[in-house]
Design a protein around this ligand. Sequence first.
Ligand code: 4NP
Length: 150
Amino acid sequence: MTLSVLIVCLGNICRSPMGEAVLKHEAEKRGIIIKVDSAGTGAYHLGNDPDERTVKTCKEHDVPINHSARQVQQSDFKDFQYILAADESNLRNLEAIRPRSATAQLRLWGSYLDNKPIPDPYYGGITGFQRCFEQCTNLSNAFLDEVVGK
Ligand code: 4NP
């Protein structure tokens, strides 16, 4: 079965679309076939492109990014093997809507490395997005090391 991962944050315009793009990129570098998508627990930005600072940061690192914001839905809990939350608040919101029939493993993305959340960069400057990119890269590699192997 193809490895499938859903990255989740609040708005699905800053952290999780970046996480989606970076995880895809890191997996491809390893020759791993993977399905990655992202979603938000909130519905503030449905259909929007990723934040321009997320796009700029990905472009600076030659990581392709292409996503339309969407909200997490019940079917995601069986359509993905892993659902990875950017922070504890996202994780709690996901636990609250997880259906009984869920088969996905629901975890804080940081649990694969250092248990740290990805801070929300939305209200800050570009530096927060650059830090977010670095964190997404480290978390992608920690996740792939554990789930696929080094
Ligand atoms: P994200 O950042 O969860 O990383 O996409 C946010 C973007 C927008 C909002 C909150 C967080 N907002 O409240 O509009």
